[in-house]
Design a protein around this ligand. Structure first.
Ligand code: UD1
Length: 339
């Protein structure tokens, strides 16, 4: 079955293209390189042994989607393409609402028109805000969003729920990602942040590579055992494989109208300092230079997944350790340094 991967040149999209191929699906990619680069397609070609069919465009173009669905005989879509920078979303809300909501609406309309039945949507644990109880289950309340970016994820989930409540013939799964890190073990694809990384692990590997002088830990006085925030860091290949498991469930289900939501995390929380110490252990370099700085506005203290539903529902669980993810991220960073 051919699967359209929107944002397939991006970090999670490119790794999911690999997992799809390994499971017997054929990825077809659309990406406008807003937050990705053509080199991801070169890496994919080396891993897969062929270059996936590729369309360079925004995925809110209905005419192009119609064309791709027909020409490539698309049987399902994994929709990654979206803006995701929290700070930028607060400065440019309309840009975020237009892009993140507009592309989903267009995609849904064209999927219904062309009778493409299966959709996996990229959601985020950001929909929970700071949960009252940990670990966080799918039944935990969705809190008012802290950012425009987070609000786009909440609204997109509502759009999907309402679409299925109206009995439209679509099967949809939203995956709420925790913190994806790492890279493919081949180091041929990985995360390519534009400019100064805002996420922790790319900042750690760039600091270790000498691109940044020092990491600032955002806050050391949180009510956690070591005072730093806790997150559920998941290897991007584990996350990629969760998409395949979700897709297989959709393909199998006999319901013509279906909606499900799963947390995709490891179930373990690690603090920022634990990540730094784990990185020091795997890198074999000098200790990473860091300073404890001010809290970052909008950060939640601690969030990690209850992964029981995804394990029961999809037979999936995270297999790779934090150390493995950090090692793969570091190997990828070293490849970039040589390039
Ligand atoms: C962030 C977004 C989240 C989004 C996700 C994926 C916020 C508040 N949340 O998650 O909505 O889905 O990225 O892009 O922006 N840290 C440092 N120093 C750094 C960078 C990060 O100490 O230089 C800390 C943060 O305070 C946090 C942890 O590392 O405690 C993880 O940060 P990050 O990688 O940015 O992910 P989230 O903030 O969890």
């Amino acid at each position: 079955m051919n699967i359209l991967v929107t944002g397939g040149a991006g970090f999670i999209g490119s790794h999911t293209a690999v997992a799809l191929h390994e499971a017997g699906f054929t990825p077809v990619i659309i990406d406008n390189f807003t937050n990705s680069a053509p080199s991801a397609l070169d890496g994919l070609e080396k891993i897969l042994g062929f270059r996936p069919a590729f369309y360079e465009n925004n995925c809110d173009d209905a005419a192009l989607l119609r064309h791709i669905f027909e020409k490539e005989q698309i049987g399902g879509v994994i929709h990654f393409a979206a803006y995701k920078a929290v700070g930028e979303s607060m400065a440019h809300p309309l840009k975020y609402y237009r892009n993140n909501l507009g592309s989903l609406l267009t995609l849904l309309e064209v999927m219904l028109e062309k009778q493409v039945p299966n959709l996996i949507f990229s959601s985020s644990c950001t929909v929970y805000g700071q949960p009252d109880q940990l670990p966080v289950t799918e039944d935990s309340p969705v809190k008012p969003a802290e950012s425009v970016y987070g609000n786009t994820k909440q609204i997109c989930e509502e759009i999907l729920r309402d679409t299925i409540a109206a009995k439209n013939p679509l099967k949809i799964t939203s995956l709420r990602y925790f913190n994806p890190i790492g890279a493919h073990p081949s180091a041929l694809i990985g995360e390519l942040p534009l400019g100064v990384p805002s996420n922790l692990v790319p900042f750690v590997t760039q600091t270790a590579a000498g691109i940044r002088n020092s990491l600032t830990v955002f806050g050391g006085d949180y009510p956690t055992p070591d005072g730093t925030c806790i997150r559920d860091y998941i290897h991007v290949m584990d996350l990629a494989e969760a998409h395949v498991a979700a897709l297989q469930q959709l393909v199998k289900t006999n319901d013509s109208s279906f909606y499900e939501v799963y947390n995709v995390g490891t179930g373990n929380g690690n603090s920022v300092l634990e990540v730094i110490h784990a990185f020091d252990a795997i890198s074999g370099q000098e200790k990473l230079p860091f300073v404890i700085g001010a809290r970052r506005p909008g950060d939640v203290v601690a969030v990690y997944a209850d992964a029981q539903k995804v394990t029961a529902g999809l037979g999936w669980n995270a297999k790779r350790s934090l150390e493995e993810a950090l090692r793969d991220a570091w190997n990828w960073q070293k490849t970039l340094r040589q390039a």
